[in-house]
Design a protein around this ligand. Structure first.
Ligand code: AMP
Length: 630
């Protein structure tokens, strides 16, 4: 079957199509109803079925591939490498599940995971899935305020963490950030489980904090069976940024997610059991959940968990892993490739990469020079894929496992099976059916398996934010601009909201503004995303100081800039740190007081700011122009 027919069938006969895909995973009891869309936009998949993500990722492979590698944990930061077979992974996950049980965790309880890229993080995620607890992994690069808002919202019974993470040889102690976050949050966890890597000293809170190693020893031989979960139960939440400062808990199910990932491993990633998958993402992001942990393991593959930079000890580190572990499928982000592009290209020739069949890139727009450079260097197809934390797996790409089709530079591809993607006019909601018309990329319900179920504990926010933003139509907005060409390929043209994308990481400008505003010298602030040759975008902040005299002297201005950046570092983490803080006497606003972020962004990028008839005081924009061109 060609891809066009495959996609058509998924849309026209969703029940038959997805019932077939559901056979890619094990069920304790098979589903009774495939797609229940009785209460849109809340689509429920595989109703009546019971299964378990951990069973599908680990247990079901024991008979056939128990001694095959499952998890390969590599840290170029600590110089360590450990391989766990499926059997060993099974044992570690049961030990971790037993520890969580001992700390009181049961079905439906939340466990927040704030960890670096170490094997224990994967054990913790799988252990939660095993006992039916809901995990919420928070990216280790976030600091105490970001972490506190997620603790507050998730309400975890237990937090799993570690002494420290390391990046580029710089150790970040997690425990003080975690303690501060717990202090800031009104919700307090009952217990904290801590993996000690010996990288940073930890102070334990008696009665609350528990060490991983002794507790694991206690449960060396404890067996913990999988809880059979309803397909529609919650497997995890993951927080993502939006237009408001408050992050949203994207909630995902059990059965739909298992099927979506299993299907994508076959149809999109064209991957085989027994091979090795290497995703360079982080478990704190959705790509890490889907394609470091669950996807490859469900497919019976070994997965590489990598802590470190792509250029340390040298720019050949990733390719050396491809050679050593015979990686067949690799997944990364355009930013990482742009970083590598600045290094000696000889590193691409140094290793035997013959096992590699394709490199998938996602998270941000993939520019043609970057795509060409890496495709030529590796000699394998580079496949762009467009998706979101919300979708859980690719919305647009090329399903080479169904039919080999050419890609087009600059386009992530065509809609994946199950996705009804449309381009609509942002003001009228009218569908733009002619080719090459720019509009908002939306998805018509029912949303496919694996898609978010709702916003954690906030159905109203889910409906209001995602399904009511287009006038006259209940469709899911991606908040991305896009066009579709005459051949049906889509092009993504940037966000419609105030979300920016730094090195493939989604950040809300509002969150960064709130953090900067907490500095006592700041009266007002605007944060915009500005184009950057390596990171795609970087955040740039414009601050009106309370006292103009405080920044009159350039040395004082530099000092205040440093102090403000430090606040962002401490509250949100280095990922959110703006590239610069510039001082102005006023910000460009409309007469009704709305910040003209887009105009600021245009000026920063040397573009025409467009229609400025509503601007209160044009000199505000001139100040920014002067600063940028100075
Ligand atoms: P996140 O949920 O953090 O993964 O961010 C999702 C957003 O990243 C999307 O809404 C897009 O704006 C952007 N994005 C992800 N993948 C791509 C891609 N392949 N091409 C262009 N933009 C992308």
């Amino acid at each position: 079957m060609g891809y066009a027919d495959f996609h058509r069938r998924s849309i026209e006969e969703p029940d038959a199509f997805w019932a077939e895909q559901a056979r890619l995973v094990d069920w304790k009891t098979p589903p009774v109803r495939i797609c229940d869309n009785d209460r849109p936009p809340f689509t429920r998949w595989f109703v009546g079925g019971t299964t378990n993500l951990c069973h599908n990722a680990v247990d079901r492979h024991l008979a056939q591939r128990g001694d095959q590698a499952a998890l390969i944990a590599v840290s170029s930061e600590t110089g360590t490498e450990a391989t766990y077979t499926f059997r060993q992974l099974h044992a570690e996950v049961q030990r971790t599940a037993a520890m969580l049980r001992e700390l009181g965790v049961g079905r439906g309880d939340r466990v927040l995971v704030y960890m670096p890229m170490i094997a224990e993080a994967v054990f913790a995620m799988l252990a939660c899935a095993r006992i039916g607890a809901i995990h919420s992994v928070v990216f280790g690069g976030f600091a105490s305020v970001s972490l506190a808002s997620r603790i507050e919202d998730a309400g975890p019974l237990v937090i799993v963490s570690a002494d420290a993470g390391s990046r580029g040889g710089k150790v970040t102690a997690y425990k003080p950030l975690l303690d501060e976050a717990i202090r800031l949050s009104s919700h307090k966890p009952r217990a904290v489980l801590l993996a000690d890597r010996g990288l940073a000293p930890m102070e334990r809170v008696p009665g609350r904090d528990h060490d991983w190693a002794p507790l694991r020893d206690k449960h060396l031989h404890t067996t913990v069976a999988c809880e059979w979960m309803d397909a529609t139960d919650v497997s995890y939440t993951i927080y993502t940024s939006g237009t408001t400062g408050r992050p949203k808990g994207v909630q995902r199910d059990v059965g739909g997610y298992a099927v979506a990932l299993a299907a994508s491993m076959r149809h999109i990633f064209d991957a085989q059991a027994g091979e090795t998958y290497f995703s360079t993402s982080d478990i704190g992001w959705v790509v890490g959940h889907s394609y470091i942990v669950y996807g490859p393991l469900i497919a019976g593959m070994a997965t590489i968990l990598y802590e470190g930079l792509p250029i340390r000890p040298d720019a050949g580190i990733w390719w050396s892993l491809v050679e050593k572990y015979k990686v067949s499928v690799m997944f990364s982000a355009p930013t990482a490739v742009r970083v590598l592009k600045k290094q000696d290209p000889a590193f691409l020739q140094k290793y035997d990469l013959s096992s590699l069949r394709a490199l998938f890139l996602a998270g941000e727009p993939l520019d043609e020079p970057t795509a060409r450079w890496i495709a030529d260097g590796l000699g394998v197809p580079v496949v762009d894929n467009y998706w979101q934390t919300e979708s859980g797996w690719p919305i647009l790409t090329i399903a080479n496992g169904v039919e080999k089709q050419p890609g087009k530079f600059g386009s992530p591809g065509v809609p994946m099976y199950g996705f009804k993607v449309r381009i609509v006019h942002e003001a009228t909601g009218e569908e733009l059916t002619e080719p090459d018309q720019k509009g908002v990329v939306v998805i018509e319900g029912p949303t496919p398996p694996g898609f978010m179920q709702t916003v954690w504990r906030d159905d109203a926010r889910y409906v209001q934010t995602y399904w009511k933003s287009i006038p006259g139509k209940m469709v899911y907005s991606t908040f991305d601009w896009g066009i579709r060409d005459a051949d049906g390929y889509y092009y993504i043209l940037g966000r419609t909201d105030d979300v920016i994308n730094v090195a493939g990481h989604r950040l809300g400008t509002r969150e960064i503004e709130e953090s900067i505003s907490s500095h006592p010298a700041v009266a007002e602030v605007a944060v915009v995303g500005v184009a950057d040759p390596v990171k795609g975008q970087v955040a740039m902040a414009f601050v009106v100081p309370r006292d103009a005299a405080a920044v009159a002297d350039p040395a004082d201005a530099l000092k205040l800039e440093g102090a403000i950046l430090k606040v962002v570092d401490q509250q949100l983490g280095a990922v959110a740190r703006p590239s610069r803080v510039r001082f102005v006497t006023l910000l460009p606003k409309t007469r009704s007081g709305k910040l003209l972020r887009r105009a600021i962004q245009a000026v920063c990028e040397g573009r025409d700011p467009g229609d400025l008839t509503t601007i209160e005081d044009p000199s505000a924009l001139q100040q920014i122009r002067d600063l940028i061109t100075a």
